[in-house]
Structure formats: structure tokens, C-alpha cells
Design a protein around this ligand. Structure first.
Ligand SMILES: Cc1cc2nc3c(=O)[nH]c(=O)nc-3n(C[C@H](O)[C@H](O)[C@H](O)COP(=O)(O)OP(=O)(O)OC[C@H]3O[C@@H](n4cnc5c(N)ncnc54)[C@H](O)[C@@H]3O)c2cc1C
Length: 511
């Protein structure tokens, strides 16, 4: 004991933020990451001349992520693109530029539907709430957690709790009479996503979704550089097999090579299920709690087709006119699972993510990259005909992923006719790929399921899974702090650094 060192396990945004704060505060810190680079679900990759963001394609700040990046000196090093959304179906085609344009387009598409105005008046109430309390660069409660700042927020709490349930979303959407449309409003997004997120996302899609110019990997690399410049150590291609403990305290980590790295404190930002089942000595987590976490439902994983296409970015940009173009072939909410049929992805929504105009370096001159995505699941078709989530990939797996990649292209041809004839590179990332690159169970994209009935992180506001039974082992990442996603992950990194430094978790951003 007493080497004054902190180990951070995992260099997703949570681990990077935690290590960057710790290094900046003069703490001896070693970040251990199994991959060759940082980012986890937010990493990017090159295939030959093509660059792709692998998972998350852009993210919201909500007054949390940008202030953290500003505080760490990374925000100003990046040029930020405010992303534009477009929603298309056989009935509508609109941009999410303002509530007025969205409502007008939906009323135009469904002239006999009386409930759209009423539904959106509720959505606007949530938007007004968000705008009252935060903008992309500030969430006063986080920057100054004082009674003065807390008081105006308190009267809003009962409403907030109501909005935090999925049942309230179903109730709010019942004003829509068209059953297909009601189903769509009630179900788009992650499985049983509460009203707060459904309603809040319209506002966030309109004004607070961002992409770092140069790609997600550039942002992740910038965070890694901050750690090293401040004296922190990063060990890439280094997988932690176990977190060791003695006398009720964490003592360090054993790597997959057998090497032991000693530490005074540990921040673990990988998969939470792995933490409770195998990463620690049995009995560290109370058995019931461990069992609950092991079987807790996770957010959906996605399948992606990464395309290098012989289309000039200006031409593709003019056709899409958006960074995220969604095609909804129907108003069903399908979540492929172990029992779904072979054609499950053929009738799903698809999104085309395109940043070629702002990022000429993503493709050779006159060409573009495009990422098509939809929900999927690791267990679909017997783990994609691979038999299990890891292990050597079977030829049947390779064949199936190519087939599904082509199916996504066919879906995208509804709004980009002739796309298939322009493809020069096609790579497919499945939930098995997500699992391999992030080690997240089932290739989960955002942490625990958002369903308020089953999320282990959702009990009460500010309840979290960051503290573990070992007083010097802290969890960070999208599982550790409700609800999940980039905001939770980044914030949990800062909170974990505060806990390691012996400060109150909510200690404000800034020195
Ligand atoms: C397709 C997609 C779209 C998304 N869209 C959005 C969005 O629009 N908005 C939003 O808020 N969120 C979105 N998300 C979710 C968001 O990207 C994640 O919630 C967030 O990036 C999680 O960060 P993290 O640091 O907690 O974990 P991760 O990104 O999963 O990083 C964990 C890291 O730990 C490493 N690791 C794990 N175990 C070990 C070990 N034993 N030893 C060494 N290293 C280890 C992994 O290799 C990985 O690098 C999306 C995700 C995906 C996949």
C-alpha cells in the first residue's frame, strides 16, 4: 500500500476523462486499455483510404460534456459541427430544424390526425424545461452545486419524476389516434425509453447534437494526449483480467498476461456485468446485488454498414442535406432478438450518417464515406451464426454480416437511389464486433436499458453505481450513472476522479 497511484481501467470517454482529471490534479495515474487506441464506443477507424466513426456518430452536450471538455482544454482544439437531422418515411420527409417545421410536416403528412399539436405542446414543455436549466455550454447545477442554484430546480422535481417513466410516455402519446403513428411515437428510440428522453430528444436533435471535425477518434486522441502531457501513463493493448483486493481494499490489477500492477485506488470503466462476475473475488458484491446486475437488461446493440462510395461529398451532401438521415419504412418498433427471423433487419429503420462535407480527409478526393446503422442484437440468429459472442468467426458469420450490410444498403436506396452501384468499400460491424472492441456485454451501446422499471441505475435522482463495496474501487462509465450514454459516461469520469481525490463527488468543474 502507499504507492500513491491510481489505475484507470478502460479508455472510453469515461476512463479518459477520469484519467485526464487525475493527471491534471497531479495524481500518479496509469490508464489500461485493451485496444490499440481510446474511445470504446466512440472510437473511429481507417480502412485503407476510408475513415469511419465506428459506433457513436455524434453526441449531445446538455451543458455537461462541453464544460468537461472545456475544463480539460480539449474543446477549443476541436472544430465542432452542429449536426442536422432528417426524418423520412413513405408519408413524410422533414428536417429537425425547429418545432414549427416538424409539427407542420407531421400535420401535412397526417391531415386527419388531431393529436399532433397536443403531443407537441407537451414536447415543447420539456424543451422549455431543458432550456431553462441548461444550454450546450452550461448546466448551472453542475458548475455551482449550491443551495442557491438548487432552489429554482426543486419545484420541477415532481414533474421530472413523472416524465422519467415510460408509462407517462404511453399516456402522452395516447392523444394520437392513428394507431401506427401512436405506436411510432410511443416506441422510437431505445426499448421503453421514458417520456423525458422521447420528448427531450426532439429539442436536443434540433439544437444540441455535435460532431468533432476530424472524427470521434480525433477527440479521443486529444483527451489521451492531455493525460500524457500532464504526466499520466497510458498502456494500450493491455487487458485487465482481475481487480485484486486484500483486507477489504483494492490493491491493483492483474493483466491478461499475468502481470500485476499495484495501485492505491482503482477506477473501473468497463462492462459492469464483468465487474460483478469474475473481475473481483467472489463475495465482494453482495450475492443478490451481483445476481441482479448480471441479469439486468442492457441497451440495444447496433449493426453498421461502413461504406466507401464513389460519390462526391458535395453531391452526397446535397442529396442528404443532413448529417443523420433516418428512413422509417413503417411505424413498427422492432428490436431484433434471439428469436427474430432471418429477415429481421429488412424492415427496420435505417440511418445514414454523413460528415463528408466538413471532413474531406474521410475519403479520397471526390469520394465519400457513409455509415448506415440500425438496432440489432448479439443473440440474433445464434450469435449471427457464430455460435457464441467471441471466439473465432465462422464463414457463416462472415456471409450473414455481408447479407445484412447489403440489406441496410437496400433500405438506404429508398432515399439514395443507385447507392449500391457506387460502393467501393463495404465493411460491416455487428453487435459481436461492438463486444469485441468495447468488451461491453452483448455489444450494448449505451449501458443499462433505459426502461425505468428495470434499469439498475434508476432508483432516484443522483443514485448511482459508482461506489463499490471496496472503498478505493470506483466504477465509472455509462453503467455507473443514470441514464447511460455519453453524458453519463463523461460525467462519471469526473465524479470518479473527485472520489479518488477524496473530494465530494459533485465538486464543481474547474480548478
Ligand atoms: C452506434 C452507437 C450510437 C450511439 N449514440 C449515442 C448518442 O447519440 N448519444 C449518446 O449519449 N450516446 C450514444 N451512444 C452511447 C455512447 O457512445 C456510450 O454510452 C459511451 O461512449 C460509453 O463510454 P464509456 O467510457 O462508458 O464506455 P466504452 O465506450 O464502452 O469504453 C469502455 C472502454 O474500456 C475498455 N475496456 C473494457 N474492459 C476492459 C478491460 N478489462 N481491460 C482493459 N480495457 C477494458 C474497452 O476496450 C473500451 O475502450 C452510442 C453508442 C453506439 C455504439
Amino acid at each position: 500500500m502507499g504507492n500513491g497511484k491510481t489505475i484507470v481501467v478502460g479508455a472510453g470517454i469515461a476512463g479518459l476523462v477520469a484519467a485526464a482529471y487525475l493527471a491534471r490534479e497531479g495524481r500518479r495515474v496509469t490508464l489500461l486499455e485493451q485496444s490499440h487506441h481510446g474511445g470504446g464506443n466512440m472510437s473511429g477507424f481507417r480502412r485503407g483510404q476510408w475513415y469511419f466513426d465506428g459506433g457513436d456518430q455524434s453526441f449531445e452536450s446538455l451543458g455537461v460534456v462541453f464544460p468537461i471538455l472545456e475544463d480539460l482544454g480539449v474543446y477549443d482544439e476541436i472544430e465542432w459541427t452542429k449536426t442536422r437531422y432528417r426524418f423520412m418515411s413513405p408519408d413524410f420527409d422533414f428536417f429537425l430544424d425547429s418545432f414549427e417545421s416538424v409539427e407542420a410536416a407531421l400535420k401535412d403528412a397526417f391531415p386527419h390526425e388531431p393529436g399532433i399539436g397536443e403531443l407537441f405542446s407537451g414536447v415543447r414543455e420539456v424543451s422549455a424545461f431543458l432550456r431553462r436549466h441548461c444550454d450546450p455550454h452550461s448546466f448551472p447545477l453542475l458548475n455551482d452545486f449550491s443551495i442557491g442554484k438548487l432552489l429554482p430546480f426543486l419545484p420541477e422535481l415532481p414533474k421530472l419524476l413523472r416524465w422519467a417513466s415510460y408509462d407517462y410516455r404511453v399516456k402522452a402519446c395516447s392523444v394520437i389516434k392513428n394507431p401506427a403513428l401512436r405506436n411510432w411515437f410511443s416506441s422510437i428510440g431505445y426499448y421503453r425509453m421514458p417520456y423525458l428522453f422521447f420528448a427531450g430528444f426532439w429539442d436536443i436533435w434540433i439544437r444540441d447534437y455535435w460532431h468533432p471535425a476530424g472524427g470521434m477518434q480525433k477527440l479521443m486522441d486529444a483527451l489521451a494526449t492531455k493525460i500524457e502531457v500532464a504526466g499520466g501513463e497510458i498502456r494500450w493493448r493491455t487487458r485487465v483480467a482481475r481487480i485484486e483486493s486484500r483486507g477489504g481494499r483494492a490493491t491493483g490489477a492483474t493483466l491478461s498476461t499475468g502481470e500485476f500492477v499495484e495501485a492505491d485506488s482503482v477506477v473501473y470503466s468497463g462492462d459492469y456485468r464483468a465487474l460483478v462476475s469474475g473481475m473481483l473475488d467472489g463475495g465482494v458484491f453482495p450475492r443478490r446485488r451481483a445476481a441482479e446486475l448480471e441479469k439486468a437488461k442492457l441497451t440495444e446493440s447496433l449493426v453498421a454498414a461502413y461504406l466507401g462510395v464513389d460519390i462526391d461529398p458535395e453531391e452526397l451532401g446535397a442529396k442528404l442535406d443532413a448529417h443523420h438521415a433516418f428512413w422509417f419504412p413503417n411505424y413498427d418498433a422492432l428490436f431484433p432478438d434471439a428469436d427474430s427471423g432471418i429477415g429481421a433487419h429488412r424492415s427496420m429503420w435505417v440511418t445514414a450518417n454523413f460528415f463528408g462535407r466538413e471532413n474531406p480527409g474521410f475519403a479520397p478526393k471526390g469520394k465519400s464515406t457513409l455509415v448506415l446503422q440500425t438496432y440489432s442484437s448479439a443473440e440474433w440468429q445464434g450469435f449471427w451464426r457464430n455460435g457464441c459472442i467471441d471466439g473465432k468467426r465462422t464463414p457463416e458469420y462472415a456471409e450473414l454480416k455481408e447479407t445484412v450490410g447489403r440489406e441496410l444498403v437496400t433500405l438506404a436506396e429508398n432515399f439514395l437511389p443507385g447507392l449500391s452501384s457506387k460502393i467501393e468499400y463495404l465493411g460491416v460491424g455487428t453487435p459481436l464486433s461492438s463486444h469485441r472492441f468495447s468488451l461491453n456485454a452483448e455489444g450494448s451501446s449505451g449501458g443499462w436499458c433505459y426502461d425505468d422499471r428495470v434499469s439498475p441505475a434508476w432508483r432516484a435522482p443522483l443514485k448511482h453505481l459508482m461506489k463499490t463495496p471496496l472503498p478505493n474501487l470506483f466504477a465509472a462509465g455509462h453503467y455507473a450513472l443514470w441514464p447511460g450514454g455519453v453524458i453519463s459516461a463523461a460525467l462519471s469520469g469526473r465524479f470518479a476522479a473527485n472520489l479518488v481525490l477524496g473530494r465530494p463527488m459533485l465538486t464543481p468543474i474547474g480548478r
